[in-house]
Ligand binder design. Structure first.
Ligand code: C2E
Ligand code: MG
Ligand code: MG
Ligand code: MG
Length: 281
């Protein structure tokens, strides 16, 4: 063991392990600092109707913007935030900022629909989750009907019975729920029909090859049909070209997000984007 070699324990690690460890520490410190200074940034990606290409809602996506270092994406810091427990504070700052922006936009008559916010596993199982969310909504003056929370299959299938209770509580407050990244987890259909959700978001993985592989296209067709039979809205994630949009529309998928329409945008850029009529036709 490294320890037995006294002061030379660093020899135990090779260069890449070292680099990873250093990077992790840097990101963790930057996250802590951003949380302390309330510098967590929220970007917004529009959700559009595949029938009219009109804006129908939006999703909030967190960014860690370090002056001088650049932007760090969630794939790097969300797992770390989960492990360290910082995700709770981060999630609340994201929700607060989102409610604040949304309240402004609703007041100005700029946005319609709901704003979707991603919930992490740790947030979801907090015993007082509903009260915490309702408190933030109240303090930021946003009515719950403007909020949708996105939860992944993995999170709800951890303890489905408990998840149903939590989701029902949120629903009863007027908050809508979406099942995110659908198809990548392991939802049981028996539970799916019992989950009090309003929206199913088809993971980008199925959209990517929707015009290439018959299997992917058939899969999407089945998911859309099933969702509609259950009275759910369907949103396709990660639409990057018009051919994908056309196929999704043909398969009766009514909503989509993706770079074809817009990348996640800063609040200013988002407002500018939705202020001009739909430009892709
Ligand atoms: P998600 O909830 O499935 O969000 C969709 C991701 O796909 C976002 O990545 C978005 O920027 C990206 N995306 C959207 N359209 C396209 C496209 O056309 N092409 C490609 N290649 N990507 C597209 P992002 O922002 O990096 O977030 C990654 C994941 O991190 C999210 O996946 C979500 O699970 C998590 N996340 C983001 N913000 C939050 C947050 O505030 N709280 C929590 N707990 N998780 C978050
Ligand atoms: Mg999402
Ligand atoms: Mg998500
Ligand atoms: Mg997703």
């Amino acid at each position: 063991h490294a320890k037995n070699r006294g002061g030379h324990s660093y020899q135990f690690f090779n260069d890449s392990m070292n680099k990873n460890a250093v990077r992790r520490l840097q990101v963790e410190n930057q996250l802590r600092q951003a949380l302390r200074n309330k510098h967590i940034q929220v970007m917004y990606q529009p959700k559009v109707s595949l029938r009219t290409y009109e804006f129908v809602g939006l999703e909030a996506l967190v960014r860690l913007n370090i002056p001088g270092t650049g932007v760090i994406n969630p794939s790097e810091f969300i797992p770390l935030a989960e492990e360290t427990g910082l995700i709770i504070e981060m999630g609340e700052q994201v929700l607060r900022q989102t409610c604040r922006d949304m309240c402004q936009w609703v007041k100005q008559g700029m946005v319609q629909g709901r704003v979707a916010v991603n919930l992490s596993a740790k947030q979801f199982i907090q015993p007082d989750l509903t009260q915490r969310i309702m408190t933030i909504l109240r303090e930021e003056n946003l009515s719950p009907e403007y909020l949708e929370l996105e939860i992944t299959e993995g999170v709800v299938m951890e303890d489905p019975e408990r998840a149903i209770e939590i989701m029902t509580e949120l629903n009863n407050c007027g908050i809508h729920l979406a099942l995110d990244d659908f198809g990548t987890g392991y939802s049981s259909l028996a539970y799916l029909k019992r989950f009090p959700i309003q929206t199913l978001k088809i993971d980008k993985a199925f959209v990517d090859d929707i015009n290439g592989a018959d299997r992917d296209r058939n899969m999407v067709a089945s998911i859309v049909a099933m969702a509609h039979n259950m009275g759910l809205d369907v949103v396709a994630e990660g639409v990057v070209n018009t051919a994908q949009a056309a196929t999704l529309s043909r398969l009766s998928c009514e909503f989509a997000q993706g770079y074809l329409f817009a990348e996640p945008l800063s609040s200013d850029a988002f407002l500018a984007h939705i202020s001009v009529p739909a430009s892709i036709h």
